[in-house]
Design a protein around this ligand. Sequence first.
Ligand code: NDP
Length: 253
Amino acid sequence: MTYNALAGRTAVVTGAASGIGEATALLLAASGARVALLARRAERLQELAGKIAADGGQALAVVADVTDEESVAAAAARVHEAYGPVDLVVNNAGVMLANAVSDGRLDEWQRMIDTNVTGAMRIVRAFVPDLLAAAGQGRTADLVNVSSIGAHQTFPNYAVYGATKAALTYLSQSLRGELGPHDVRVVNVEPGFTDTELRGHIDNTELSEELEGWFGAIGSLASEDVADVIGYAVSRARHVNLRQAIVLPTRQS
Ligand code: NDP
């Protein structure tokens, strides 16, 4: 599925090296948007940019670590140099690490908070002025935050991950109050189980096996399913905000 209304848009997708970000970048590019691809793995980004170009689309690989302010600033400068201001930001980079709170994994908690919350806000800081300018010129402008069903539903051993996503959902709600009156849409997407690399970073074998069991029993979305929801939301008329989308595999409640 592609969305003609996205032709001519200029997008930034964080976490574009894999999973939901990669699928979203492919969909936006296939729909005619120029897409800046942000993540840490240069090779993956180059490969994706090459694939998009081979299919007749436009993409720019930009290495960026959302936990590093200088890296985000350099990435924003590179995007602006190549494409000028952007009008569509998909704040998708994230990490999910599972641990019992009694294990006291401050290192993992900090990594999740810095990537999923502060990282998302670093991207907001870098690109919201572009969105405000685009909307001020009468164009469609979107900030999409990829949160999680974990923002609402608790899972034992995922307390800090869930808290980061609850924070992102809250930020989306709150930013709508600041940006909506300026015609910038804020869309919050909350996926359920999605088959990506995300769960591969869990270093606790027991918890990793438990999660594989849930995926096996319930099934999962493909990244493309979530990308399609994002594409649908950002291709609506600019006065229509599908502000909150929870997208789950049918067997997940
Ligand atoms: P992936 O692990 O495939 O994607 C995560 C992406 O984020 C990667 O491309 C990774 O690239 C990038 N990333 C991670 N850390 C950083 C960083 N510090 N700076 C820049 N980029 C970074 O998993 P998903 O596609 O599943 O995850 C995408 C989003 O979806 C996440 O926010 C996740 O929380 C959310 N989500 C996923 C669900 C699922 O079941 N899969 C369910 C609900 C929400 P690189 O390593 O190259 O930097």
